[in-house]
Design a protein around this ligand. Structure first.
Ligand code: G3H
Ligand code: ZN
Length: 283
């Protein structure tokens, strides 16, 4: 069932759990996520980055996600991940996304407020939810790269000003995670998550969540994280299963024989994440 991001995240916020937001790029990935969510009776967010839209085409991405959402009873939102400009966000809204992220984190506070506010005004007028980002999350997510030395943590006071001014529905915060594969173990600033949540009250979003230890995820959720973005762990599961199949069947020429096991491997990872985030049985 297709719903807005706000509907999903406000329920998670009220009942202290987090919803998985998984990145989609093709049909098999969409199917893996939707089957996992349905089997776990969990709400879920299908999110497409600008890179995914460039790769698959916005019509394909939206059509796949809409069909997936219409086939299940669990709540499903279609979300733009790391939208960086107004036009891109509008295009996604016009194609039926029910939630969008405007990532103005590369700008200073006032400019970030300004562009986020503009998106919120238009998106809310047509019933679409908005996620914004404050602070800079390190690492690489498709086209967006932030050098580790330039990554800056979210300031709780600024977060309060930002949320009051923009009226955004959810906020992505920088608290020690990074996009991509971690070199060492990530260290999350739990006191900061708590302080931000106390100031803003709205659903908080954790990006760069692949590779974060389970106990850290659980603690982050208990302190107010309600949306957890996962991309890298799915990529690893998918490509590893493809490599394994190729190694065992070097003469295979049927794409379905490779993509089927890859879809299954990804689905297993998604089910583990859903259980860890506390969203199983919440649909
Ligand atoms: O926006 C997407 C996420 O932040 C994905 O991060 O690739 O580290 O899981 P990840
Ligand atoms: Zn991200």
């Amino acid at each position: 069932m297709l719903v807005t991001g706000k509907e999903i995240l406000d329920h998670a916020n009220k009942h202290n759990y987090a919803v998985g937001a998984f990145n989609v790029n093709n049909m098999e990935i969409v199917q893996a996520i939707i089957e996992a969510a349905e089997e776990m009776n969990a709400p879920v967010i299908l999110q497409a980055s600008q890179g995914a839209i460039k790769y698959a085409g916005i019509e394909y991405i939206t059509a796949l996600a809409r069909v997936a959402a219409s086939k299940v009873k669990v709540p499903v939102a279609i979300h733009l991940d790391h939208g960086t400009d107004f036009e891109q966000v509008m295009l996604c809204i016009r194609h039926g996304f029910t939630s969008v992220m405007i990532d103005g984190s590369r700008y200073e506070l006032n400019k970030n407020i300004e562009i986020t506010k503009k998106v919120v005004e238009v998106a809310h007028a047509v019933g679409v939810s908005v996620e914004a980002e404050l602070g800079k999350i390190g690492g690489t997510e498709d086209d967006i790269s932030v050098d580790e030395r330039e990554a800056t943590f979210t300031d709780p006071e600024e977060a309060k000003i930002f949320v009051d001014e923009t009226k955004v529905d959810s906020l992505a915060i920088a608290v020690g995670t990074a996009h991509g594969v971690y070199k060492g173990e990530p260290k999350l600033d739990f006191d900061r998550i708590k302080a931000i949540k106390e100031k803003v009250g709205i659903p908080l979003v954790l990006h760069g969540s692949s590779g974060v230890p389970a106990d850290a995820i659980e603690r982050a959720v208990s302190l107010g994280i309600n949306k957890i973005n996962i991309d890298t762990d799915l990529r690893i599961a998918f490509t590893q299963a493809m490599k394994d199949y190729h190694r065992e069947h070097p003469d295979n020429i049927d794409p379905r024989k490779v993509l089927g096991p890859a879809r299954e491997a990804m689905k297993e990872v998604i089910k583990e994440k859903i259980a860890l985030f506390g969203s199983a049985g919440r649909a």
